[in-house]
Design a binder for this molecule. Structure first.
Ligand code: FE2
Length: 262
């Protein structure tokens, strides 16, 4: 099979709502295929599908996600789109999540191992969040926090995120945040997260081929303008799945130029 670029440069997307009709992502197979073609054109070769798991709402069980993932994989093969799909969940954090994890009701990224993609409440911080993240860690999960830059309560202080990262939590920002698609305040938080060396991964969080799309190409260009090597960040995606140590000095080592005179 012809591949557009060497595998070492291929992007693994660890956050994507491409499964048809399962959450607020692709509504049907046609849209899933359009998203897959777009991802491929941007250098993505592997996607961990991460439908929302809302403990008090839509919560597709692991078997349903695995089946939907296999069905879409078959459709991709049929349409000669050379993307590998792996199952996963994007889990909305509640106090029940550690129990659900222990009971095997949540899918880790790739469907095996201990990397769990978690999203937090968007607007309001709750005092139990830090404890629940710790409980998950004690239960063996390595938590990947989805789009920390989008949570309003981190706009004033990144202190909590620094603490969490210091104890092994991994931060994944959205490609769209890097290119300003969520507005100026989110963009500013992303800038600070990079500046402080807290970002390890970039997810597309793509929901469609038209509105919330992949944007890895634009994000890479913006990172380049900041003096950050996007390839080193994308290499972290592979390292995470392989259980290897993450490259955490990507930005610190570079000393971002946009702060040199600040
Ligand atoms: Fe998402």
């Amino acid at each position: 099979m012809a591949v557009k670029q060497p595998m070492e440069d291929a992007i693994i997307d660890l956050h994507c709502h491409i499964l048809p009709g399962i959450d607020d992502g692709a509504p049907d197979l046609e849209e899933s295929l359009a998203m897959a073609r777009q991802a491929f054109d941007q250098g993505v070769r592997t996607i961990t599908v991460t439908p929302h798991f809302l403990p008090h709402g839509d919560a597709p069980p692991p078997d349903e996600v695995r089946q939907a993932c296999a069905a879409l994989q078959a459709a991709l093969t049929e349409h000669a789109i050379e993307l590998e799909l792996l199952p996963g969940h994007e889990v909305y954090l509640t106090e029940e999540v550690p129990r659900l994890w222990r009971e095997g009701k949540l899918l880790p990224l790739t469907g095996e191992g201990n990397k769990l993609l978690v999203e937090l409440p968007l607007n309001q911080y709750a005092s139990w969040i830090s404890d629940v993240l710790f409980e998950l860690q004690v239960a063996g999960a390595q938590v990947v926090i989805a789009h920390p830059e989008r949570y309003r309560y981190f706009r004033d202080s990144l202190e909590l995120l620094e603490e969490w990262v210091a104890r092994g939590t991994v931060l994944q920002v959205n490609a769209g945040s890097i290119v300003g698609h969520y507005g100026e305040s989110v963009f500013k938080v992303v800038e600070r997260l990079f500046e402080q060396g807290l970002v390890s991964l970039i997810g597309s969080d793509a929901h469609s081929s038209r509105r919330r799309t992949f944007l890895f190409d634009q994000a890479s260009a913006q990172l380049h303008r900041w003096g950050i090597d996007a390839g080193r960040l994308y290499a972290n995606h592979r390292r995470l799945l392989a259980g290897e140590e993450l490259d955490r000095d990507i930005v610190k080592a570079l000393r971002p130029w946009w702060r040199l005179w600040a």
